[in-house]
Unconditional design. Structure first.
Length: 448
């Protein structure tokens, strides 16, 4: 049988493999858009020529304290070493010294970053110049109450952020599985918000009707009518952000363009580019998709791996196979609440149990169930925990050849196959621009 050769990276490893040429779609990835020749200069030009806002230098005043909210290690498509130094230099140029500037890491519900991790993700220069604080969402005493949104979400935001005279949001814009797109307002929620606020907002990711599962309006690429996104924008407005600087990268993680200015108006311009830069058209879903958890294995934890798995799932038909290179994570931090989700016999039972005691971990487990109970998922890695993953209906093997042989037994020797080299920056869509596939409430009865 004629075959085609492929290469995928995971961590520091390079995997070479072949797939049957018959029915092979090849690499499924967004089109290549060249990166900016000088990304740091692009940041400076963007903050001096913003969208929907005066330039940064006209907003800040000498003697003011400035808080910059930055992405943590869970957002590897955001390069803080590019974004932050030009912002610091611009603030310095109008009389605000480094000692009046500090960074708050938008950890959301993730664990705090270590000092070594701070230095790695911010770069030596920034780490040396300004103080860097972790946001810890469980610490109620470190929050300040700002009010309620129209949907009733109680807004608690990090005190360090609110005590500053000026607040600058930074981040990157790509597709997000529930709130349409990342970046912009997400620096505030979930970035620097109290866990209770995050949970109340994320509850809108469920269908309004109990037992109906995921909300089909809270999905990747959708903003209009997306209740979770709309609530998120309102929450961010409570925090009174003064300026935003966001990047959009290409499939190689090179900065294409910087968007700066008003946290909604400038962000929406970035969304338009991200929609083009990260969408990939597929006429039909694959029977077999091979993908990777990424080249950032020093940053990888299991929930981040699941975010990358989602693109592979969306590119694959119901009942198909997704093979993902994935291993090398701190398994001891794996939340029991994910495992608890799989104790229920149907999606409906999972849904109703989650609504009784909603949590971010419980929701992630529910989302994971939609992936692993509608597709055959195989993880390839040397350090995977078979005991844990088997409870999540994920098979584990140590070699890619073994995984592919398992896949062929399920989908046949010449499956319609696809390779996703950069799943975190890939959004599969139909030719008319709609999502290729996702489990909806009409399919909730499939699992029993």
């Amino acid at each position: 049988m004629v075959s085609r050769e492929f290469t995928l990276e995971y961590g520091e490893k390079i995997y070479n493999f072949s797939l049957p040429a018959e029915n092979c779609m090849g690499y499924v990835q967004p089109m290549y858009i060249p990166g900016a020749p000088d990304p740091k200069r692009a940041v400076t030009e963007a903050i001096r020529n913003p969208i929907g806002s005066p330039p940064l230098r006209e907003i800040v005043r000498r003697g003011e304290k400035v808080a910059i909210i930055c992405s943590n290690s869970g957002r590897p498509w955001v390069d803080n070493t590019i974004l932050i130094p030009p912002i610091l230099d611009e603030l310095n140029s109008v009389g605000i010294p480094d000692e009046d500037i500090y960074i708050v890491l938008a950890n959301g519900t993730m664990l705090p970053e270590s000092e070594d991790s701070k230095k790695r993700i911010m770069g030596e220069e920034v780490y040396r110049r300004v103080k860097i604080y972790n946001h810890e969402c469980q610490d109620r005493d470190s929050m300040v109450y700002l009010g309620r949104t129209n949907r009733g979400t109680e807004v608690y935001v990090n005190k360090l952020v609110m005590e500053a005279d000026r607040r600058i949001l930074t981040g990157g814009i790509t597709f997000h599985e529930n709130v349409g797109f990342g970046g912009g307002r997400k620096a505030i929620l979930p970035g620097v918000s109290f866990v209770k606020t995050i949970e109340q907002n994320h509850y809108w990711m469920l269908d309004p009707v109990p037992g109906y599962g995921l909300n089909i309006k809270s999905v990747a690429g959708k903003l209009d009518g997306n209740p979770c996104h709309e609530d998120m924008v309102e929450i961010a407005a409570f925090a009174r952000p003064d300026f935003m600087v966001n990047s959009v990268v290409n499939r190689n993680n090179e900065v294409i363009q910087i968007f700066a200015g008003h946290f909604v108006k400038a962000w929406l311009e970035g969304v338009r580019l991200a929609n083009v830069a990260h969408s990939v058209t597929m006429d039909q879903p694959a029977d077999l998709t091979v993908t990777t958890a990424g080249t950032y294995h020093h940053q990888m934890v299991l929930p981040n791996a699941f975010k990358r798995l989602l693109a592979g799932v969306e590119a694959t038909r119901d009942g198909g196979v997704v093979v993902m290179l994935c291993g090398c994570w701190p398994l001891g931090q794996y939340p029991q609440v994910h495992l608890d989700t799989f104790k229920h016999k149907t999606f409906r039972e999972m849904d109703l149990a989650l609504r009784k005691n909603f949590s971010i971990g419980g929701y992630t487990g529910f989302l994971l169930a939609h992936m692993t109970l509608t597709r055959h998922i195989i993880f390839v890695g040397d350090e995977v925990d078979e005991r844990v993953l088997s409870q999540l209906h994920i098979q584990t093997v140590s070699s890619l050849d073994e995984a592919l042989n398992m896949a062929y037994k399920i989908v046949g020797p010449a499956p319609r196959s696809a390779v996703l080299p950069c799943p975190e920056l890939t959004h599969p869509v139909t030719p008319d621009g709609n999502r290729l596939y996702y489990a909806t409430r009409h399919e909730l009865g499939l699992y029993c």
